[in-house]
Design a protein around this ligand. Structure first.
Ligand SMILES: Cc1cc2nc3c(=O)[nH]c(=O)nc-3n(C[C@H](O)[C@H](O)[C@H](O)COP(=O)(O)OP(=O)(O)OC[C@H]3O[C@@H](n4cnc5c(N)ncnc54)[C@H](O)[C@@H]3O)c2cc1C
Length: 418
């Protein structure tokens, strides 16, 4: 249904009706702030419909519920894809905020009093915009030499489909990060002809359970530790669970799991069958790809393998460059330099959520960011209502390096700001 022009003016426009956007809208409504959600898809949680049917969350149910609605106990410790689809659907239905589906955002630009959001349904105007379009908006496949000459199947992890279609096939999985390991966990449950995994660096792998304890539940504890301690704890947990995997070809990354997460956004992989399959000889570790040829793949050690299917678990892009241009708010790979309640000079009222992986998981972070963003917007609005100028007091540089220019804003008191 077309949205009339008046309705397109909102205090806050949230872009994205996935977990992050829905949680942000919920937190804003709790503070009675007017909010409108837009999504290019025609239903909430669209990303989850495209994930493979056997997928389960690798974050624990207790750490994955969004504010205001727990994931039902019946969904189990690690809910299935279908449970998450149902959950997000119910979350959206209970939300006291309009959602404009089928509306694609093409550009966000600064307007005299806030932001103009250019969409396929016209321009929305808002004082604040929360960008929750997902860190995994666009599957990324490297531009491997000879890719176009490959006569077999090459798919991205995002298009994995039903795991059953890989039965009795020869499969090469490229990448043993979070997605690659998840795929290998699933492939290890079916009969296959061969499985290779092409690994550049050794992954940091975490067991799903150790002595029956779901390890992901400990992630808030790990997240509170100093980075070197958390790195060491993660390595120790992996070693206790799996021993040294070097003799099966899986080396160790030179950086610890938390350091990698913070530096590159690569979350530790979660094992649920892959390591056992590796030790049983069902999975063979091979080095990086040199190039594709007509019938197979040449590796950097000159080995030639002939998989029927190559699955590229090679990551995602945010796809935000086309919407936000190449301005300084995005890094060179298109990831926003800020997330949650952080603001950046020159972009007041532009917020991001769901853009930076955390050990506790995206769902958990969605709730955390939602509460913080809603609180920050609430403060902004109260100050504006009280007629206080839009000047901001910079209290704490948050940037790990000066070039990110991230700052936390706070007005310590009304009087001080006047
Ligand atoms: C295989 C896989 C398994 C995962 N497992 C877990 C897990 O166990 N636990 C966990 O916490 N996280 C997991 N994640 C991370 C996962 O991405 C998040 O849990 C969650 O889907 C992120 O929600 P989001 O709202 O940030 O992004 P998304 O779910 O991607 O939602 C973004 C929304 O924005 C919309 N959108 C995008 N661009 C535009 C545009 N230009 N205009 C309008 N709308 C737009 C999209 O249609 C979409 O609905 C997994 C990811 C993958 C790929």
């Amino acid at each position: 249904m077309p949205v009339n022009s008046a309705a397109k003016n909102a205090t806050v426009v949230v872009i994205g009706a996935g977990a992050s956007g829905l949680a942000a809208a919920h937190a804003l409504r709790e503070r009675n702030i007017q909010v409108r959600i837009i999504d290019r898809a025609y239903r909430a949680g669209e990303a989850w419909y495209h994930r493979h049917p056997q997928l389960r969350l690798n974050t624990h149910r207790h750490l994955s519920g969004l504010p205001g609605l727990a994931i039902p106990r019946a969904a189990g410790a690690f809910p299935s894809r279908n449970s998450i689809i149902r959950y997000l659907d119910e979350y959206a239905a209970q939300l006291d905020a309009p959602i404009d589906y089928g509306v694609k955002v093409t550009e966000i630009s600064k307007a005299p009093s806030g932001w103009a959001v250019e969409t396929s349904a016209g321009v929305y105007r808002a004082q604040h915009v929360v960008v929750a379009t997902g860190y995994a908006s666009k599957p990324a496949i490297p531009d491997w030499k000879g890719r176009e000459t490959f006569s077999k199947q090459l798919v991205h992890a995002a298009d994995l489909g039903d795991i059953e279609q890989y039965r009795n096939r020869k499969i090469l999985v490229v990448g043993a990060g979070n997605s690659g390991t998840d795929i290998l966990n699933h492939l290890s449950t079916i009969e296959t002809d061969r499985i290779w995994v092409s690994v550049r660096h050794g992954p940091v792998i975490f067991p799903t359970r150790l002595c029956g304890i779901p390890m992901q539940r400990l992630s808030p504890l790990f997240a509170m530790m100093p980075v070197p301690v958390a790195d060491a704890m993660l390595a120790l947990t992996g070693h206790l669970a799996f021993g040294n995997l070097k003799k099966w070809g899986l080396g160790k990354h030179s950086h610890g799991g938390i350091t990698r997460l913070l530096d590159t956004g690569t979350a530790p992989a979660i094992d649920n069958g892959f390591v056992a399959a590796l030790k049983a000889g069902k999975v063979t570790v091979v080095p990086e790809i040199e190039c594709f040829e007509s019938t197979g793949v040449r590796l950097i050690d000159n080995q030639y393998i002939e998989p029927d299917i190559v699955i590229a678990a090679t990551g995602y892009k945010t796809g935000l460059q086309s919407i936000l241009g190449y301005g300084s708010i995005l890094d060179e790979s298109g990831v926003p330099k800020i997330d949650g309640a952080k603001q950046m000079h020159g972009y007041p009222g532009l917020w991001f959520t769901g853009m930076q992986p955390r050990l506790t998981g995206f769902f958990h972070q969605a709730g955390h960011n939602a509460r913080e963003i809603a609180a920050a917007i609430d403060i902004e609005m109260h100050l504006e209502h009280a007629g206080i100028s839009n000047d901001i007091v910079e209290i704490q540089a948050q940037a790990p390096s000066a070039n990110t220019e991230q700052v936390h804003y706070q007005r310590s008191s009304l009087n001080e700001s006047r």
